[in-house]
Design a protein around this ligand. Structure first.
Ligand code: JCF
Length: 679
């Protein structure tokens, strides 16, 4: 960076800025521990940009200013990989993994256990990064393993890709291999923004990552939340790397690369099976998509002895998890009517095994979603089922569309009660206008009323509610308390004993609390927490029923929308009659202690992160709210306490950074027990 025309102090300043920005970048992207505030970073970057504008000779390939993207390309150049980029052989069950280990030991003529490196297999795009004298020279896609595409301009924009290696003693030539991926959170945000702007959304994080890297205009790539995780090396010249795979990765980490924080060493193949099992349970909590675990013989000497077959090394294996996406056929679309009248299109599918279970229904959410997907009946569709989330239709395989594919017609009238279906402008959901005239809404309302967190009527399951309504024995929530033994025993699959049990449960449910009763009414947008707030503010039902929208908004967490739904609900003559009938039947509660009295955690904001083992997430939240705490989804300077379980990631880091007290689940349980909860 020496040039006669440039004053030496400018040259030195540019150098200094390079170092500051490079270090800040490393702390932010690799260590997850930023030290330079964003504004400070931006100021320094601007200073460097101005310097480079004044003296264009100062611009180097590794300058932090090069991360913002460059002029669009017309196409990507071809790149030949000097050391081929291999793919991985797959295993799908324990037996296949044990088979792999046997083959390894046979080849090595070894009876002893082989040590393996274990890491999650990220669902992204494999790439090669070539460094010469520590400076990023070229980044290329894997392509077919031998020839890939030069995407250097795009890769340069990714914060966690070092433009220059840290430390001295780097090899003259170092080719680092890794996976570029989009974390789940960034993906969700990107899609949200795209949807709001009426643009096309991405089907999954992997496609989003691939699409972002394939941009000819790197300024677009620069705006995408991409990450790099290094998993190995290719070409190395002018240095000797350590003798174990895990040590090489540690060395890469020293040089400024992110490596997977879940990486572990397994002493033998059984430990690999355990690792696969453990990560499988943690899969949903990880901040990125993975599709399996990669196991590699850890000793590089042994790797050399094992060599390759065709395109895959003999020393590595990917043990896959059940796929979360599969293709199947859309047989039909039905429309379900929910408790609040929402009409939801449901895809009836040719059964397909996905995410570990057989799926034959998936949600299509709403009319806009059907339009966005452009899906027709008869289409082949991609179904995604991740964790316990409802299966979704993520895309249509248009090349497989049959000639007789039929358009999906959204009903103008409720399929259950024939009342008109109405849409509110600005709302994606269409609703049946039938209210409780609609059998579907009535059934859902009764199921909700009986549910555990509401009136908790034991033995009144969904099936039984359907049966009672269909048989004409039950027309409303209050009708529950008029059911008779003679009627019940007439029902199919209902004996004398279960009929009596149900009547006992109904009797028992009459003694309730105001929050539970309010929640049970199923007022739109009134969940358990809001019901509790309303109960505490008004103390009893009558003042709440009289409250106007303005007064309602004085209640914690109640805004104009919720206030409107609450006031509207109690104004309906039908609702008033039902409430009256329920009280006539003996439903009762003690008035609530009103407002004023401070709860132990009033005014505090708590955050739950990671996996909880004894409590479910919603139970923990519920307990904390009952002590007066607010439970938030992200950590900020306003957070008072964080409960972190295994697998806690960025939220925990942030809490530590901000010096916020952190406790584990045991400590939370102790605290709750001290406050009188019996857990
Ligand atoms: O995370 C990955 N997708 C991943 C891919 C990790 C690895 O350790 C890999 C890989 C592809 C090939 N290792 C090889 C040899």
């Amino acid at each position: 960076m020496t040039n006669k025309k440039i004053p030496s102090e400018k040259c030195e300043r540019a150098q200094e800025l390079h170092e500051i920005l490079q270090r800040a970048n490393y702390q932010y992207y690799v260590l997850d521990n930023p030290e330079l505030p964003d504004a400070e970073y931006d100021r320094r970057l601007r200073e460097l940009q101005e310097l480079e504008q004044e003296f264009p000779e100062l611009v180097t390939a590794d300058s932090p200013t090069q991360r913002v993207g460059a002029e669009p390309l017309s196409s990507f150049a071809e790149v030949r990989h000097e050391v081929p980029m291999l793919s991985l052989d797959n295993a799908f069950d324990d037996e296949e993994l044990l088979e792999f280990d046997r083959r390894v030991r046979d080849r090595l003529n070894s009876k002893e256990a082989v040590e393996y490196a274990c890491e999650p297999k990220l669902d992204g795009i494999a790439i090669s990064l070539l460094y010469r004298d520590g400076v990023l020279e070229r980044a290329a896609t894997r392509g077919d393993g031998t020839t890939g595409e030069d995407i250097t301009q795009n890769v340069r924009t990714i914060g966690s890709v070092p433009l220059r290696l840290l430390d001295n003693g780097v090899p003259e030539v170092l080719e680092v291999r890794g996976e570029i991926y989009m974390p789940k959170e960034g993906f969700a945000e990107l899609n949200k923004k795209a949807a709001e702007a009426g643009e096309k959304t991405f089907v999954n994080p992997r496609n989003a990552a691939a699409g972002s890297l394939r941009q000819l205009d790197s300024r677009i790539t620069a705006k995408r939340p991409l990450q790099l995780c290094a998993y190995g090396v290719g070409l190395v010249e002018g240095a000797t790397l350590p003798g174990k795979h895990t040590e090489i990765l540690q060395q890469l980490n020293q040089w400024g690369f992110r490596i997977n924080s879940e990486m572990a060493v397994a002493e033998n193949i059984q430990a690999c099976i355990d690792y696969h099992q453990k990560l499988g349970e943690k899969r949903e909590q990880l901040p990125y998509d993975i599709d399996g675990i990669v196991f590699k013989v850890n000793d590089i000497g042994l790797q050399r002895r094992l060599g390759f077959v065709a395109r895959a090394p003999r020393w590595a294996m990917a043990y896959k998890f059940p796929a979360q996406e599969e293709m199947t056929e859309l047989l039909d679309v039905e429309f379900q009517v929910g408790r609040t009248g929402a009409v939801t299109p449901v895809a009836r599918l040719k059964p397909v095994f996905v995410g570990g279970v057989t799926v034959s229904n998936a949600t299509l959410h709403n009319r806009d979603e059907i339009e966005r997907l452009g899906v027709k009946i008869g289409d082949t569709v991609v179904i995604r089922r991740a964790g316990d989330v409802i299966p979704q239709v993520v895309s249509v395989v248009e090349s497989k569309r049959p000639k007789n594919a039929r358009a999906i017609e959204f009903p103008t009238h409720c399929p259950v009660c024939a009342s008109p279906v109405e849409s509110t402008p600005g709302e994606a959901v269409a609703r049946c206008s039938g209210g409780l005239i609609c059998k579907a809404q009535r059934k859902q309302a009764i199921k909700h009323f009986a549910s555990r967190k509401a009136m908790d009527i034991d033995g009144l399951g969904d099936k039984l509610v359907e049966q009672l309504v269909d048989e004409g024995l039950l027309h409303s929530v209050s009708g529950l308390y008029h059911l008779k033994l003679e009627e019940l025993v007439e029902l199919e699959r209902m004996g004398q004993k279960s009929a009596q049990n149900l009547l006992d449960a109904l009797e028992h449910s009459k003694e309730t609390t105001l929050p539970k009763f309010l929640y049970a009414l199923g007022i739109r947008e009134v969940g358990e927490a809001t019901a509790r707030n309303l109960a505490r503010y008004y103390g009893d039902l009558e003042p709440l029923m009289q409250a106007d929208e303005e007064s309602l908004q004085e209640v914690e967490d109640v805004g104009p929308v919720v206030a409107h739904f609450v006031a509207e609900f109690f104004q309906q003559p039908h609702a008033q009659e039902e409430i009256e009938a329920l009280r006539q039947s003996g439903v009762h509660w003690e008035p609530e202690e009103q407002g004023g009295e401070e709860q132990p955690l009033s005014g505090q904001t708590w955050v739950l992160t990671g996996k909880l083992e004894t409590l479910s997430r919603s139970e923990a939240k519920d307990y904390l709210q009952r002590l007066g705490a607010k439970v938030a989804g992200s950590v900020s300077a306003n957070t008072d306490s964080v409960v972190a379980g295994p697998g806690a990631g960025s939220k925990l880091n942030k809490a530590r950074e901000l010096d916020i007290p952190v406790m584990d689940e045991d400590e939370l349980l102790t605290m709750l027990r001290e406050r009188g909860f019996e857990i």
